[in-house]
Design a protein around this ligand. Structure first.
Ligand code: DPP
Ligand code: ZN
Length: 881
């Protein structure tokens, strides 16, 4: 195919003011009649032909202003409907098509999930329902009539407000009419039909609007939707308080479906969710699952303003709604939970997913300038890095100008399809600053590296700090420009005393920077000097992770230990621990698996970890984060070339063992069951205590597998919640032998009727870092728990395996071959999920030569396949490029 280019954007030649849909649901033959009112767009080309998008459609009738058109190939194909010489005045087009939702395995457009009908239209799924101008800058008012057999679909839902329901002439059939008064692009259309139960509630907005809330689930699952409902109401309240945004319809519905490619979808007034982000009980969901539900509920709800009321002009602007909405959901969760711990978790995710993307051939701009398949751009770069850009903006212009800018954006662009330039323009205005250089964050791929070199002169007690930035080339972008990097900065005395910047003589800092503590680096280098310091000072750089950059500091282990113990910025305390551990692990990897004894690890590091464990005032969730070692994937990315995943694994297991032994008594105390047994609550403080206990168990088991096994087995049996149970099983899964298999079986039997718990069971086994895992995964593919038709099952087992660093990257290449085979098999049925799995190869070039050759061969095999979807073709081509 030909790429779509940002530079070739043109306004549409025609606008569709209204779309009436009349949809008669049938499992294999759903009839879709649409009536479009179309008029020439004054901003478009006059008298241009009208070309509507379709995708695999079967047309039955086309009527232009009451006149039937011949269904010739010049007029209509499965993929387009063309009117060569349309009327110059407004006109109507009526179209009838027939579609088979049961045969729709791509899960785009109208499809079946379980016994329900549902839709997914973002990005280009509406054209699989009927012919339309399928682009986000065409906004239409939708009215949707749905008809079905009462037995087949007692519940009929669409966007907006319910205006009519009734029985049909045939008393076994009924209908519902929904009207959405807000013009919207068709990617926000949704329809659901089926036998669903509903959890109902009401919400009254600050302005007094009564909103009927409904969460629709499979029959019998209403008790599992209460947490989601609670999260929804808290999100609605928060958006009023934080951004002054109220909900705007009388109804807000959410439907949970079990077959869904992505996490969830923000369709106007009718969100459709992957049920994994709705259903939860203490017995089946972990603390992480609850946090995920809260986040995704908030995210989709917040889209009502950032995405729906203000949408994107074109798909290049995807980060306009996604980055901003991730920023908003992160802020929400920070307010609802612990802000420092949330920040650490978000940065972990950013590094694991986005830095990895940036480090390989799939690196792309936060605002791409070309795409072959837009589905492949729902990435960590668009979402997570997009959110970081919004946060940087806040750091740079300050909270007040930022909030004013958001308000201006909402006021000015409500009801429109906007661009990144529109968005940034609002902040340039409210901050009276020039953001043109800042714009580079959207236009330049790759993770910048920030180097910090500091020199202390004891004679005059002065400290000089030199910053420099550089960004390595990425595919298609050989040279990089300097970015505007907000560096939140402070000083910590070598004895741990905080040193306020205002209290020392400084050179090179503006008054505003002194006030805010945010240093703006906009050139390749910058130098700051501090004089008259009370003692040697250690720079604390990039506090709160104020910019999405890699940081290289010259801090010594003892400097880092001071920061870990004393920095007033929690993020940098955690970062100090990570840096210390990463250094030990990278060195250990270099020693290629020479097993370290406990005394090989710097005693300073052990003492620092011990001190964190001993701190009676520390938040357990924070301590758990400090004690959690960098992942094998993080280390592989940091090492960046000639990676040997086995050596990384050995080094990390060795450090786990060292810490487990050296901190044995402390960890054992933390592993004791809590004294007062209170009912489970997913709230942050309780979750934090569980996280610490489970991290301690993991470390302890690294030092003493026998003790670890006993403790984990006891915890598994005693657990009244999934968090503790799956954590125990996770520890057991790392200890080969009979006990592990017995416990895995027991778990499976306990939760045989819970597909979402089955996913945990599958992915846990797929992550076992042992040579037998691939055979195990292949066996599990024929276990009744697994199904190649359900994305969640595939993500759990196959995705779980591809994230397994040592086993996906097996030296014999079998891991690569296995994933390649699955990608090719799946591609015929569900190209989106196949393309996602293929992302596992994103860092193949950083592997050592032997593995690199194997990975390349597997990719070549996919590329040579004659019939590939656009999705997989795009990823495989870029990966090899
Ligand atoms: N727009 C969705 C979301 O990110 C993805 N389909 O919420
Ligand atoms: Zn989103």
């Amino acid at each position: 195919g030909k790429p779509t280019l940002l530079s070739e954007y043109r306004p549409p030649d025609y606008l569709i003011e209204a779309i009436w849909l009349d949809i008669v649901l049938h499992r294999t033959a759903t009839r879709v009649r649409s009536k479009l009112t179309i008029r020439p767009n004054p901003a478009g080309r006059p008298a241009a032909p009208l070309r509507l998008d379709g995708d695999g459609l079967v047309p039955h009738a086309i009527i232009l202003d009451g006149q039937a058109l011949p269904l010739t190939a010049q007029v209509v194909t499965a993929d387009s409907l063309t009117i060569a010489d349309p009327p110059r005045e407004p006109f109507t087009l009526e179209i009838e098509t027939l579609t088979d939702p049961s045969a729709n395995t791509q899960l785009m457009g109208l499809y079946r999930s379980g016994s329900a009908y549902c839709t997914q239209c973002e990005a280009e799924g509406f054209r699989r329902i009927t012919y339309t101008l399928d682009r986000p800058d065409v906004l239409s008012v939708f009215t949707t009539r749905i008809e079905a057999a009462k037995e087949d679909a007692p519940v009929l839902l669409s966007n907006g407000n319910l205006v009519e329901t009734g029985a049909c002439e045939d008393p076994a059939r009924h209908f519902a009419v929904w009207h959405d008064p807000f013009p919207k692009p068709c990617y926000l259309f949704a329809l659901v039909g089926g036998a669903l139960d509903c959890l109902s509630d009401t919400y009254v907005t600050g302005g007094g609007r009564r909103v009927a809330l409904g969460i629709y689930v499979e029959p019998g699952k209403v008790p599992l939707a209460h947490y989601a409902m609670d999260a929804l109401k808290r999100s609605m309240r928060w958006d009023e308080k934080a951004f002054g945004r109220e909900y705007d319809l009388d109804i807000f519905n959410i439907v949970a479906v079990s077959d869904f490619n992505m996490g969830a979808m923000e369709n106007k007034g009718l969100n459709v969710f992957n049920d994994k982000y709705i259903l939860a009980s203490p017995q089946t969901a972990t603390d992480g699952d609850y946090a995920g539900i809260e986040t995704v509920i908030a995210h989709e709800y917040f889209h009502n303003w950032t995405g729906n009321r203000i949408t994107c002009r074109d798909w290049f602007q995807l980060c306009l709604k996604e980055g901003l909405t991730v920023y908003r959901d992160q802020e929400f969760s920070s307010d609802e939970r612990s802000r420092p711990v949330k920040r650490i978790a978000d940065v972990r995710t950013l590094r694991l997913r986005q830095f990895a993307e940036d480090a390989g051939p799939l690196a792309h701009n936060v605002r791409p300038d070309r795409y072959l398949e837009i589905n492949n751009f729902y990435t960590a770069t668009i979402y997570e890095k997009g959110a970081e850009i919004v946060r940087m903006l806040r750091h740079l212009i300050g909270m007040d100008a930022f909030n004013q800018g958001m308000t201006l954006y909402f006021d000015r662009f409500d009801g429109t399809a906007a661009t990144i330039e529109d968005f940034l323009g609002c902040f340039a205005e409210t901050s009276e600053s020039d953001l043109s250089q800042f714009m580079r964050w959207y236009e330049q791929a790759g993770t910048p590296e920030l180097k910090v070199v500091s020199t202390f002169e004891p004679q005059d007690a002065s400290l000089t700090v030199e910053f420099s930035q550089s960004t390595a080339p990425t595919q298609g972008q050989p040279t990089k420009q300097p970015l505007v990097v907000p560096v939140a900065f402070g000083l910590v005395g070598v004895t741990g005393t905080p040193i306020a910047l205002a209290d020392v003589a400084t050179e090179g800092l503006s008054a505003a920077e002194l006030r805010s503590g945010v240093v703006e680096l906009d050139g390749p280098t910058r130098r700051l000097t501090f004089r008259g310091l009370p003692e040697r000072a250690i720079p604390s750089t990039l506090r709160g992770f104020s910019a999405p950059v890699k940081i290289a500091t010259d801090l010594t282990p003892s400097d880092l230990t001071v920061l870990l113990a004393h920095d007033s910025d929690s993020f940098n305390r955690w970062q100090a621990a990570q840096t210390l551990a990463t250094r030990v692990l990278v060195e250990g990897t270099r020693a290629a698996g020479s097993v370290q004894r406990p005394n090989d690890v710097d005693p300073g590091l052990l003492a620092a970890f011990a001190a964190v464990l001993d701190d009676p005032h520390a938040d357990p969730a924070f301590v758990a984060q400090v004690m959690t070692l960098p992942t094998e994937a993080d280390l592989a990315r940091d090492i960046g070339q000639d990676v040997d995943p086995d050596a990384i694994h050995i080094a990390r297991e060795s450090l786990r063992g060292t810490l487990g032994s050296a901190l044995h008594d402390r960890l054992l105390r933390l592993c004791q069951p809590p004294k007062d047994v209170l009912p489970y609550s997913p709230a942050a403080p309780d979750a934090g205590r569980r996280a610490l206990r489970n991290t301690a168990l993991w470390l302890l088991a690294g030092g003493d597998a026998g003790l670890g096994q006993d403790l984990a087995a006891a915890q598994f049996d005693a657990a009244d919640n999934m968090t503790d149970r799956i954590a125990a099983l996770g520890v057991l899964s790392l200890i080969p032998g009979e006990t592990r298999e017995i416990m895995l079986n027991r778990f499976q039997v306990m939760f045989a009727d819970e597909p979402l718990v089955g996913d945990k069971w599958l992915s846990l086994q797929a992550s076992i870092p042992e040579a037998g895992t691939l055979d195990r995964v292949e066996r599990l593919m024929s276990h009744p728990t697994f199904s190649m038709a359900t994305p969640n099952r595939i993500y759990a087992l196959i995705g779980g395996f591809s994230a397994n660093q040592t086993q996906f990257n097996r030296q014999d290449g079998r891991g690569y071959d296995f994933i390649a085979e699955i990608v090719m098999t799946l591609d015929d049925k569900n190209p989106q999920v196949a393309a996602r799995l293929l992302n596992a190869f994103r860092l193949w070039r950083t592997m050592e030569p032997h593995r690199r050759t194997r990975a390349e061969a597997a990719l070549e095999r996919i590329a040579e396949r004659p019939s590939l979807s656009a999705d997989v073709r795009d990823i495989v081509t870029r990966s090899l490029g």
